[in-house]
Design a protein around this ligand. Structure first.
Ligand code: HEC
Length: 479
């Protein structure tokens, strides 16, 4: 993909000050703070990063051409692409032009700032009033978000505060916060430059509540994957709080929002999200009781103020139902499962959506299902029908599921399915299928048996006898 000239013309004037902030965060580590090609990562790259802040470079290249390189990158030479299709945390077209505009002011932007002021007001958002006493802390960070200092000052009787600062290094970031009733409330992150030496950073604090009636799940998304003998589930919650009060559970120590997992969930991993698909960190020391996980994290008023991800595995059983109670009203619910043979039964309100292609094209296509919003205290559940022909092992390798028993049992059906998968993945028949464990083999036989029964190729009596037998064997090998 390239940026179309038309799009560039439609964009507003580039903002070099904003661009300089993006440059400091995304480009300086390779190209150097002044664009001289001397960033800290430069020695590790296949090609030296171009001195893009050099006036000769800027005189010789049109902004539009530079923008196009930034959009597409030259990946094999060590220059990543930052455009929509080329980056997991892409820059918008506008941001790319902002960065390009910043290249000519990098020398000025990298001067220390002789004098600057950070000020603002502190209000109580629950009461709609200004705070007239207390302390405001100022935290400073380098461009890489490393803490670089703290300062403090009093809140004045009119609810305002002010920090007078001098001799600041370039490209630092600033944030103020106020501790109120034992909780910290922070401002947005601000920046100072030689061109803008004042920043307003207001802080809003809130009273607390132990009542969860304001808690909603604005989005619940589930990613299903198949491992050898198991189903791997990842559930993402975007939690919102519609009350102007911070929800703290019965107490922060006992945990706040309830995040349930199904009975028998294994290998549970509980993570907090910080925006962006890759930005997750473990929830520290969660409270766990009766399949309910609770983070010791407060929920601020507003939309999606807490993002949680819970992952777990369940032993795979053909036709299994996966589900748990959903304690809060849930607005948007989606489920995505690999398009490799298994599917979600549509009998309980799940609607199939238009398929979307995965990162590596067709092969990762997932089937997507959604359902209507759920009132509080409902049950979220789905039933898996069919069985996966491709599983991902612990090292992320794709394993083709295939054995003679299933082929004999379901004949033509399996051939059609396997044929489709060969077409999709380019899997070659000359490749040896990996040796399967007893668990996998049994699981596949049960699945094949169920399919055969669904296809009416065996009698109900034969099916139920064989299934009980296989399930017994499966239980005995499942440790
Ligand atoms: C991981 C290191 C890295 C990062 C991050 C990076 N670059 Fe680069 N960049 C390079 C390297 C290496 C080259 C030289 C590529 C080559 O030799 O073809 C390059 C080349 C370029 C060029 C092409 C210059 C020419 O020769 O025409 C531009 C423009 C550029 N980078 C801009 C940026 C901008 C803007 C950012 C931030 C949004 C950025 N780069 C981030 C490594 C990086």
């Amino acid at each position: 993909m390239v940026i179309q000239p038309l799009q560039a013309q439609e964009l507003p004037e580039p903002d070099p000050i904003n661009g300089a902030a993006i440059y400091a965060a995304r480009c300086a580590n390779c190209h150097g703070p002044m664009g001289l090609g001397d960033g800290e990562l430069a020695p590790n790259l296949p090609n030296p990063p171009t001195a893009i802040g050099n006036p000769d470079f800027l005189a010789a290249n049109e902004a539009f051409d530079i923008a196009q390189v930034v959009y597409n990158g030259r990946v094999q030479n060590g220059m990543p692409g930052f455009g929509n299709e080329n980056n997991s945390d892409p820059l918008t077209d506008q941001e790319i032009f902002d960065v390009v505009a910043a290249l000519s002011i990098l020398p000025q932007m990298n001067q220390p700032i002789p004098a600057a002021r950070i000020f603002g007001q502190v209000g109580n958002g629950s009461q709609g009033e200004l705070l007239t006493e207390g302390i405001v802390m100022l935290e400073t960070f380098t461009a890489d978000f490393e803490p670089s200092g703290t300062f403090s000052t009093d809140i004045l009787a009119d609810g305002s505060y002010s920090f007078e600062l001098s001799d600041l290094p370039p490209n630092w970031l600033y944030r103020t916060f106020v501790s109120y009733n034992g909780l910290d409330f922070g401002s947005n992150v601000g920046r100072l430059t030689p061109f803008e030496t004042e920043a307003t950073l207001n802080v809003i604090v809130f009273d607390t509540t132990t009542d969860d009636s304001g808690i909603r799940v604005s989005q619940h998304q589930t990613l299903v994957d198949f491992g050898p003998g198991n189903v791997q589930i990842a559930e993402i919650y975007l939690l919102s709080n519609s009350e102007p009060l911070v929800y703290i559970g019965d107490s922060l120590e006992s945990g706040t929002v309830q995040i349930p997992v199904p009975d028998g969930a294994e290998n549970v991993i509980f993570l907090q999200g910080f925006g962006g698909a890759e930005n997750f960190a473990p929830v520290e020391n969660p409270a766990v009781e009766n399949n309910i996980w609770r983070p010791k994290l407060d929920v601020l008023p507003g939309e999606a103020t807490l993002q949680l991800l819970i992952r777990y595995t369940l032993p795979f059983e053909p036709g299994m139902t996966i589900g748990h109670p959903m304690p809060y009203p849930t607005d948007f619910i989606e489920l995505a499962i690999p398009n490799t043979g298994a599917a979600v039964s549509t009998e309980v309100d799940w609607r199939p959506e238009e398929p979307t292609a995965g990162l590596d094209g067709q092969a990762d296509q997932r089937l997507r299902f959604s359902r209507s919003p759920m009132p509080p205290e409902s049950t979220w559940a789905f039933r898996l029908v069919g069985f996966p022909n491709l599983v991902i092992d612990a090292d992320g390798n794709r394993i083709q599921q295939r054995d003679e028993v299933s082929e004999m049992l379901i004949g033509a059906v399996v051939l059609v399915v396997v044929g489709a998968i060969v077409a999709i993945t380019g899997y070659s028949w000359t490749q040896q299928p990996p040796a399967a464990s007893d668990q996998e083999a049994l699981t596949r036989r049960i699945a094949a048996l169920d399919l055969a029964y669904d296809e009416k190729t065996i009698s109900k009596r034969a099916w139920s006898q064989k299934r009980a037998d296989l399930l017994g064997q499966l239980k005995s090998v499942w440790k």
